[in-house]
Design a protein around this ligand. Structure first.
Ligand SMILES: Cc1cc2nc3c(=O)[nH]c(=O)nc-3n(C[C@H](O)[C@H](O)[C@H](O)COP(=O)(O)OP(=O)(O)OC[C@H]3O[C@@H](n4cnc5c(N)ncnc54)[C@H](O)[C@@H]3O)c2cc1C
Ligand code: FES
Length: 282
């Protein structure tokens, strides 16, 4: 059992949980994730380790409520317990030293780029962060990113805050403006990561995407997280979750992510019925 030490609502549908998980906190590196099971009957879902405090034995999870398990997790508070937190899983991010890097996050992808940005800075790279959302409420972790980056640009699709446009529009402007970039790291919705990859490809800027396929066991055994990279089958849980964005088959990733939509909607309807219709999404 893992105790929730603190819980903060950081957007209307996003919650930040600080969880007691000393072994994970001690071993974790940027880019890694945990597989969480809320209770004995719960499904296993992967969540990025957004931060660690090895001295206190805590890890940070930033969770967007989109379906049955994430909605249930987002309703927990300090003192509540989570059944299993397995990890750290996945390969750590490859961190470049002394380079010019951009970290680009869409929505809750900001939770993925935060520890990467901190590790890049630690390795004396210059780091620009782009964090974006549809509206101002959906722009996440701007303050936390500004503590570890040289520059942070918040982007909103509706122009209500910061740069007016998507993170891809902003990155396009940075490149067109002659900003030197040796490497780009990106995490967020699949169409966004694909747009970033297509932007950097003609400039031959190395681009690494943190993929978010459906995962089950997180050990390379079930095949649920199969992705195609450069025409090869890879398992995101053990070979990734980060891959060369210019080689990823994003179309296949999108299709596989929606394969169980009707079952997910049914599970959410049942959960809502049992819990008094606490949420109507998705
Ligand atoms: C390596 C990795 C790190 C992630 N980190 C974060 C994070 O830090 N914060 C966060 O909010 N989300 C993160 N996710 C996504 C998160 O796992 C899904 O939102 C969650 O599994 C959805 O479960 P649900 O029951 O709430 O929704 P469901 O109704 O089950 O699913 C809604 C949608 O979520 C996706 N999904 C469903 N099950 C899984 C699964 N087991 N694994 C991955 N995607 C799934 C599908 O696209 C699905 O259509 C991460 C995913 C991966 C692969
Ligand atoms: S989650 Fe089962 S193989 Fe990756």
């Amino acid at each position: 059992m893992h105790k929730i030490i603190a819980a903060t609502q950081i957007a209307s549908d996003v919650r930040w949980l600080k969880i007691d998980a000393p072994l994970v906190a001690r071993a974790c590196q940027a880019g890694q994730f945990v597989i969480v099971r809320l209770d004995d009957n719960g499904e296993r879902i992967p969540l990025t380790i957004a931060g660690t405090d090895p001295a206190r034995g805590c890890i940070d999870l930033v969770i967007k409520a989109i379906g049955k398990t994430t909605i249930a997790l987002c309703q927990l508070g300090a003192g509540d317990l989570i059944r299993d937190v397995a990890g750290p899983l996945g390969k750590p991010t490859e961190i470049v030293a002394g380079k010019h890097a951009a970290v680009v996050g869409g929505g809750v992808g900001a939770a993925v780029i935060l520890p990467i940005a901190a590790a890049l800075k630690q390795a004396s790279s210059r780091v620009i962060a782009l964090t974006g959302g549809h509206t101002r409420d959906a722009v996440l972790l701007e303050i936390e990113l500004s503590r570890v980056c040289d520059r942070v640009i918040a982007c909103t699709d509706d122009g209500s805050y910061g740069f007016s446009g998507t993170v891809a529009d902003c990155l396009r402007d940075l490149i067109a403006g002659g900003d030197r970039l040796d490497i780009v790291y990106t995490a967020g919705p699949v169409p966004m990561m694909r747009a970033i990859a297509e932007l950097t490809r003609p400039h031959a800027i190395r681009t690494i995407a943190s993929l978010n396929p459906i995962m089950v066991d997180g050990t390379g055994m079930c095949g649920g997280c199969r992705v195609s990279v450069g025409g090869q089958v890879r398992f995101a849980c053990v070979d990734g979750p980060e891959f060369d964005a210019h080689a990823v088959d994003f179309g296949e990733l999108s299709e596989r992510l929606s394969a169980y939509r009707s079952q997910e909607q049914l599970a959410l309807r049942r959960w809502n019925d049992e819990h008094g219709r606490l949420c109507t999404r998705p």
